[in-house]
Ligand binder design. Structure first.
Ligand code: SF4
Length: 264
């Protein structure tokens, strides 16, 4: 029925981080295209690594689809989907285009790998909320949990996040996925989070089937307590087990599940 009506947008999904979120997939290719190969990724293995920005879907085609979605009940229009959304060279044009005819806030979920680039920063500055991934505290842990493509160095990535955080005037959240492989580095990751000083820290664990064991509620509670100690009581810390979700009815359920690589 509605199966092929929407090619580039999905949801709305009930996101523990964003309320009701209408997803935009500016990559929308058959295979995921990303700079990372996170073992917990809902999209499977990364077969196509790329750090090259290009236009995957014409701006007009995506804007036309969004125009046809009724605005009711949507909290955020969120760039995510089948790969790293900052790889889309038309990200800025898309955000500007959406802002002309929609009132919802705009979020971008990024793995932070391109956040140091001037052109990417210019695009991200247009958004209301950036959710930036940081799952590690050293290059070795980064290699284990994010499996980045060659050339991406952890120290540079952290430096880039810190610089962007200082420049970005809207809401900035750090999203951290915890699994057995980075659990023992909780203190070091929390220390880095403190230095970055986001508006919010979102602690996640892969609850949907993906071959990586999710941490239990107790384990996540210990992690949150550690973050609280290191980042202070005033830091807003959300975690996937305690977040509430709103009821939603996706435009196309199967397609929506397929595209949610970052376990929103
Ligand atoms: S979880 Fe996100 S960053 Fe990691 S491989 Fe999947 S799309 Fe890329």
């Amino acid at each position: 029925m509605a199966e092929k009506k929407y090619q580039y947008i999905y949801g709305p999904v009930s996101s523990w981080r964003l309320g009701v979120s209408l997803g935009i997939d500016p990559i929308s290719q058959k295979d995921k295209i990303c700079t990372f190969d996170c073992p917990y990724c809902q999209l499977g293995k990364t077969e196509k690594f790329s750090a090259e920005r290009k236009i995957f879907v014409p701006t007009k085609a995506i804007l036309e689809e969004i125009k046809s979605v009724p605005p009711s009940g949507i909290d955020y229009i969120t760039f995510s989907g089948s790969g790293e959304p900052t790889l889309a060279k038309n990200l800025g044009d898309l955000i500007r285009g959406i802002q002309k005819f929609r009132n919802e806030k705009i979020a971008v979920i990024t793995n932070s790998s391109l956040i140091g680039r001037t052109d990417v920063q210019e695009d991200l500055m247009l958004a209301d909320l950036i959710l930036a991934k940081l799952d590690a505290c050293s290059h070795d842990v980064f290699r284990a949990i994010s499996q980045p493509m060659q050339g991406i160095r952890f120290n540079q990535l952290v430096k880039d996040i810190k610089e962007f955080r200082l420049k970005f005037k809207q809401r900035f959240a750090l999203q951290i996925m915890f699994a057995p492989v980075n659990q023992k580095y909780t203190q070091e990751i929390a220390q880095l989070a403190r230095e970055i000083n986001p508006h919010e820290i979102q602690i996640n664990t892969p609850l949907r089937p993906c071959g990586v064991r999710p941490l239990s509620e107790d384990e996540i509670r210990d992690i949150v307590n550690c973050f609280r100690k290191i980042c202070g009581d005033r830091m807003m810390i959300a975690n996937v087990y305690e977040a509430s979700r709103k009821e939603t009815l996706p435009l196309d359920s199967e397609d929506t599940i397929r595209r949610r690589g970052d376990q929103q």
